[in-house]
Design a protein around this ligand. Structure first.
Ligand code: CAO
Length: 424
């Protein structure tokens, strides 16, 4: 059995934030019915195309384990079909621009009229307030959520991160909201609205930076390299380069081969509990007891010198050798892995985090599987649907259209060019 078996999701999402959420729910066993504009579909199907004529990796990697129905929700028959879908499903997920559902004629009030148990889950760029009508993409959310102003180096501009914390991060937040609402609905029989604004999701992930904002009132942030460098702090949490965000100082350090390999680096944490082992490994045993080096507070203004010395050592080893030496000593380190290395990692393949998937139009491709492992709800990653691949199946098997009724819907043009034979 799958954890969410029996849950029907009307997936009205597109691009990245919404689809990551419904993909997770599909992996947990929900029946996810993706509603797409006839002939067009989710815009990402045709974005960043690498195999002409096939759905892009952008689309396939965000829409596994779903079914696709083509449906024009602005056409009268299309509205009827959408109404049937709302009646039938437990959850409706959408991430349209603000107001789009209302303009379609499916306001929250109308949705509740159709199905009082419905959970309506939405991603928007911003929550209620002065920016609520804005359209928002990933990097806008990173900037408005405090990630960009706290990422990068002190002497450089704000930076966005490659991790899609605005889109995929918000998808995760929304998925948690949905299963929580399902849990509540199981007790009360009532649906509700679930809103995950992208700005709020990023702020949540930047929680420690807002912690530091308040700590500034008590003086400089001593664990930041800036403190050791004698640079004054301003009014807001500064960019901290590769400093660790917690109480244990850490840095990215060069390893053997860094001159030619852009990823020959390791993250190295001088955790207080293993300081003595760090000193031994790098060949500075006297630092274990030397005044100014022996305790964590004393070391805070010497982090440049200390990490400089550690780096002299890491530069003599590959990033994997650093890992092999430090791990048995419980010194927390981590190699900077390239995307290529991650995709070739045997361990990640064994756990199903990296998987191969076959696709009828693009052949075999590699994707990221479900990152959350439930011991009693195994995940099998299946390919993303072709546009409208399940239109007739959903009309017939999920919504009960058949015979003349089915033919009428097909002929109305509301569901695109379906194979009329299949609908007979
Ligand atoms: N049938 C008929 N019309 C459909 C349809 C269907 N099946 N599916 C979508 N449409 C219509 C919508 O109703 C909308 O029409 P109106 O403009 O008349 O209301 C139109 O298609 C375009 O939808 P949109 O405004 O959501 O799409 P966009 O490409 O212009 O904007 C985005 C994209 C992502 C900026 C916007 O959807 C948004 O801000 N979403 C919320 C935040 C979010 O999720 N952002 C992350 C996206 S991932 O980076």
């Amino acid at each position: 059995m799958k954890a969410l078996e029996g849950v029907k999701i009307l997936d009205f999402t597109h691009v990245q934030s919404g689809p990551t959420c419904t993909q997770l729910l599909a992996w947990f066993g929900a029946d996810v019915i993706k509603v797409e504009r006839p002939g067009v579909g989710d815009a990402t199907r045709q974005q960043l195309v690498d195999v002409p004529g096939a759905d892009s990796l952008y689309f396939t990697m965000l829409n596994h384990n779903k079914r696709s129905i083509e449906l024009n929700s602005k056409n009268e028959t299309g509205k009827e079909v959408l109404t049937r879908l709302i009646e039938t499903c437990d959850v409706m997920v959408e991430n349209f621009a603000p107001g789009a559902l209302d303009r379609m004629g499916f306001s929250w009030e109308r949705i509740q009229e159709i199905n009082p148990k419905m959970i309506l889950a939405s991603v928007k760029g911003f929550g209620p307030g002065k920016y609520e009508d804005c359209k928002v993409y990933e990097n806008v959310a990173q900037c408005a959520g405090g990630a960009a102003s706290t990422t990068g180096f002190l002497d450089g501009p704000p930076l966005v991160t490659g991790a899609q914390i605005g889109d995929s991060g918000t998808g995760l937040h929304l998925a948690l909201g949905i299963v929580t609402a399902l849990y509540q609905a199981a007790k009360t029989g009532q649906g509700q609205k679930v809103l995950a604004p992208m700005q709020d999701g990023v702020i949540n992930l930047c929680r420690v930076k807002l912690r530091d904002q308040q700590r500034l009132a008590a003086g400089p942030l001593k664990e930041y390299s800036q403190y050791g460098a004698g640079i004054e702090f301003g009014e807001a949490t500064p960019r901290a380069g590769n400093d660790s965000g917690g109480g244990q100082p850490g840095r990215i350090l060069k390893c053997k081969g860094w001159e030619t390999d852009p990823n020959a680096y390791t993250y190295f944490i001088t955790q207080a509990a293993v300081w003595e082992r760090v000193c031994d490994v790098i060949g500075e045993p006297e630092w274990k007891t030397k005044e100014g080096y022996a305790t964590p507070p004393e070391r805070l203004d010497k982090l440049d010198e200390i990490f400089g010395r550690i780096e002299e050592w890491t530069m003599t080893k590959t990033k994997f050798e650093v890992m092999d030496i430090c791990n048995p000593l419980d010194i927390p380190v981590g190699p900077i892995l390239s995307t290529k290395e991650i995709m070739e990692d045997e361990g990640l393949r064994k756990t199903g985090t990296i998987v191969d998937v076959d696709h009828p139009k693009r052949g075999r491709y590699v994707t990221v599987g479900c990152p959350i492992k439930l011991s009693a709800s195994p995940v099998e990653v299946t390919r993303s649907p072709l546009l409208g691949e399940h239109t007739v199946e959903i009309l017939r098997d999920v919504l009960g259209y058949d015979g003349e009724n089915l033919a009428k819907v097909v002929e109305s043009g509301a569901v695109g060019n379906v194979d009329k034979k299949a609908a007979e």
